[in-house]
Design a protein around this ligand. Structure first.
Ligand code: HSE
Length: 293
C-alpha cells in the first residue's frame, strides 16, 4: 500500500485562455504515499517548499488524499508522504495543482481506483477553484478544460510543430488569491470579444502548428493588464522576450513567472528577460521547458 506518483508543473492561461487553457511542462514533483492503520500524518519534503509546507489539512495534498478516503469510506488513519518538489511554489507554475493531483491520484491508486481521470479532474477543480492547471497536470500535453454544472469537460492535444518554453522565475512569490483579487468583476464587451478571438486563434494555431500566429494569439485583455502592477517590469520583460525573437510571451498562470514561446534562440530570450527584470531590481533566473507528454 505504497504508491509513487510523478506530476508535472503547468502553465495556465497562456495569454487569452484565462481559467481554461494549460500546458504541462517538463518540471516535476515526485510523491510517495503510504496509507496505514497507524494514526497520524507524516510528511517529508525535499526541494521547493521544504521549510514551510504544513502537515495538516491546510496542505492541499492532505486535503486531496482525505477527499478520496472520505468518498470511498476507506478506513486508513495514517498518511505517510514523501515529496521531492522541483516546481517552485506560488510562482505561477502549478505547484498547488501538482500537489492536489498527486494526492488524488495516489490515494485513488491505493483505494481500489474507484475514480476515473475525469472524476479526478472534477475533484481537483473543486479544491483548486479552476481547472486550467489541474487538467494538464492529470493528462499532460496541452489542455482546454471547462466545468459545466460540476462536470468536467476537456480537450487534450499535442501540437504538430515543435516549440519550447522559456520560463523566467523571479525571486518572489505571488499567491493566486492575491493575483485574482486585482481582477475586475466585469469587463468591457470589446475586451471580451478581443479575448474570444485570440483564444480561438491560439487553439487553432497550436492544433495546426501555425506558430507564427502566436504573436497575435497570445494577446489578452482579461487578466494580464490588471496583474501587471503586481510584477515589477512585467511589460518590459515580455517585450524583451519578443525583441529577442520569441514567438510570443505571457504571464504564466497568475504569475509572477513570465513565459516565452520559442522555436529557437531560447538562451538569448531567457537572458534578455532576466536582464530586463534586473533593470527593475528583480532577481530572476530562467529555465528551458518542453511540453510534458
Ligand atoms: N487561471 C488561474 C489564474 C491560474 O490566472 O488565476 C492560477 O494558477
Amino acid at each position: 500500500n505504497t504508491v509513487k506518483i510523478r506530476v508535472p508543473g503547468t502553465t495556465a492561461n497562456c495569454g487569452p485562455g484565462f481559467d481554461a487553457v494549460g500546458i504541462a511542462c517538463t518540471l516535476y514533483n515526485d510523491l510517495e504515499l503510504t496509507l496505514s492503520d497507524e494514526d497520524g500524518i507524516s510528511l517529508a519534503i525535499t526541494g521547493e517548499g521544504a521549510e514551510f509546507i504544513p502537515a495538516d489539512d491546510s496542505n492541499v495534498v492532505i486535503k486531496a488524499i482525505k477527499m478520496i478516503l472520505n468518498k470511498t469510506g476507506h478506513t486508513a488513519k495514517g498518511i505517510k508522504l514523501t515529496m521531492v518538489n522541483k516546481i517552485p511554489l506560488a510562482r505561477g507554475l502549478g505547484s498547488s495543482a501538482a500537489a492536489i493531483v498527486g494526492g488524488l491520484v495516489g490515494a485513488n491508486e491505493l483505494t481500489g481506483r474507484h475514480f476515473s481521470q475525469e472524476d479526478i479532474l472534477a475533484m481537483a477543480t473543486t479544491i483548486e477553484g479552476h481547472p486550467d492547471n489541474v487538467a494538464p497536470a492529470i493528462f499532460g500535453g496541452i489542455t482546454v478544460s471547462i466545468m459545466d454544472s460540476g462536470i468536467a469537460n476537456y480537450l487534450r492535444f499535442l501540437p504538430p510543430a515543435d516549440f519550447s518554453m522559456v520560463v523566467v522565475i523571479p525571486e518572489f512569490n505571488l499567491s493566486t488569491k492575491a493575483a485574482r483579487k486585482v481582477l475586475p468583476e466585469t469587463v468591457p464587451f470589446t475586451d471580451a470579444v478581443f479575448n474570444v478571438s485570440r483564444a480561438a486563434l491560439l487553439i487553432g494555431a497550436l492544433c495546426t502548428g501555425e506558430l507564427k500566429l502566436l504573436s497575435h494569439a497570445l494577446q489578452d485583455r482579461l487578466h494580464q493588464p490588471y496583474r501587471e502592477k503586481l510584477i515589477p517590469g512585467m511589460a518590459q520583460v515580455l517585450s524583451a522576450a519578443r525583441q529577442a525573437g520569441a514567438l510570443g510571451a505571457v504571464l504564466s498562470g497568475a504569475g509572477p513567472c513570465l513565459l516565452a514561446f520559442t522555436d529557437g534562440n531560447a538562451d538569448k530570450i531567457g537572458k534578455a528577460m532576466v536582464k530586463a527584470f534586473r533593470i527593475h531590481k528583480v532577481k530572476a533566473s530562467y529555465q528551458l521547458l518542453q511540453i510534458d507528454q
